[in-house]
Write a protein that binds this ligand. Structure first.
Ligand code: SF4
Ligand code: SF4
Length: 395
């Protein structure tokens, strides 16, 4: 698809990214078949092909309206469309450029700006999110606190660093505790790196890209020091955070120093499943409730292509993962999406839970804190992180 990007964007690295992505699209529409929002509305502008066209118009300087912004806001960034595109169009990279351009051209209403600011300010700050998590637990919106359990005591030559996370460190600290025990069991010391905090995804997706870049640079500096000191890999057990960190080179594309540093970070970034499938832990006991369902988060499945890996590992440890229909469909969590597009998010969640519970599992296991929080609010069975299932039989 030809696009005459207007100046000055055309002369930037972000403009070059957009041009490259657009030129790969042949406008065939095959991607619409796997797009959750297109399935919900049937509107071409709520599918990837329509959104690509809307972004092209915005980049060329055509008049755009709030409706354009609405159709882009409704996108989950789930990347299911990329898995069915025969031309290899990296839609999410174009979407990031397009959203930033549209955000500059279409001023949001002040209630919308205030709401977005409040989400960014509260969610990524541990001191502010803690009272909200406590309140959410009281009214049954967030699962009850789970004890973190013992810390590993083994000393190993292999060392890796673990992202603590912002929301997860408050709402589900036991995920990280379980991860360190499982890595201990396979001979790896897993510790947190001082100075690392929120990945910046919320800021970036809520119209505050400079704030996101500041967080990215801070994390890159801290992780660079950890790698220089002999750290083997950066482990991120929240696949949504990992997806954004994987995009750091694009986020910092106009900062040559940090873009290069970001590429080194991405080369060392691993989801725990990537490590554990190469060196599977040995089970010490059989699972209590083997019949389970696995929700492959979009950020695990569609970006890094790790769909099925978690179910495979758990099956090898004695679990019995039930088949789940339409695994490509997003659950509706998608970062702050469930807060900003609650109607779409609830409808997608209902469909996802119906698929996940069709096999009558005793629990549902996921790879992302956002999916965990969103699905747990309505799930009829307990929601857990898959590393907990490994910890149960190995730890
Ligand atoms: S993104 Fe891919 S599948 Fe979708 S219209 Fe373009 S070329 Fe076709
Ligand atoms: S990222 Fe997801 S919601 Fe957005 S266009 Fe692609 S498939 Fe649809």
């Amino acid at each position: 698809m030809r696009c005459d990007i207007e100046s000055p964007l055309a002369q930037t690295a972000a403009g070059a990214t957009a041009q490259a992505v657009l030129s790969a699209c042949v406008h065939c529409g095959m991607c619409n078949a796997t797009c959750p929002t297109f399935q919900l509305t049937g509107d071409e502008a709520d599918g990837p092909r329509g959104r690509i066209y809307l972004i092209k118009q915005a980049l060329e300087g055509d008049p755009i309206s709030r409706l354009t912004q609405t159709h882009l806001d409704r996108c989950l960034s789930c990347r299911a469309c990329e898995t069915t595109c025969p031309s290899g169009v990296e839609y999410h990279r174009l979407l990031d450029v397009g959203r930033a351009v549209v955000a500059e051209k279409v001023r949001r209403t002040w209630p919308d700006r205030l709401y977005r600011w409040a989400i960014r300010t509260v969610v990524a700050r541990v001191a502010l999110i803690a009272p909200l998590v406590a309140a959410g637990r009281l009214i049954g919106k967030i699962p009850a606190r789970t004890t973190a359990g013992r810390s590993p005591t083994g000393a190993h030559a292999r060392r890796m660093t673990l992202l603590n996370g912002c929301v997860q460190s408050v709402a589900a600290a036991h995920f990280n505790a379980a991860t360190t025990r499982v890595f201990d069991a396979v001979g790896v010391n897993l510790t947190q790196t001082p100075g690392v905090g929120c990945c910046g995804a919320l800021d970036f997706h809520l119209d505050a890209p400079e704030a996101a870049r500041r967080l990215a640079r801070r994390n890159i500096d801290a992780w660079t020091a950890a790698l220089d000191a002999g750290g083997e890999a950066i482990i991120v057990n929240a696949s949504g955070c990992a997806a954004f960190i994987r995009d750091y080179p694009d986020v910092l594309v106009d900062d040559p120093v940090y873009a290069a540093k970001a590429r080194r970070i991405v080369e060392h970034l691993r989801d725990p499943i990537e490590v554990l499938r190469e060196m599977p832990p040995k089970p010490a006991r059989a699972p209590r409730d083997p019949r389970i369902a696995v929700h492959d988060s979009c950020t695990l499945r569609n970006g890094p292509g790790l769909g099925g890996a978690v179910a495979g590992l758990l099956a090898g440890l004695g679990y019995d993962p039930q088949p789940v229909a339409d695994p490509h469909m997003c659950c509706g969590s998608a970062g702050a999406y469930s807060l900003l597009q609650p109607d779409f998010a609830r409808r997608l969640r209902a469909e996802k839970l119906a698929a996940l519970t069709a096999g009558a599992p005793t629990a549902i296991y996921t790879a992302n804190i956002g999916c965990w929080l969103h699905l747990a609010e309505a799930s009829p069975v307990p929601m857990r992180h898959w590393i907990e299932a490994v910890d149960e039989v190995v730890g």
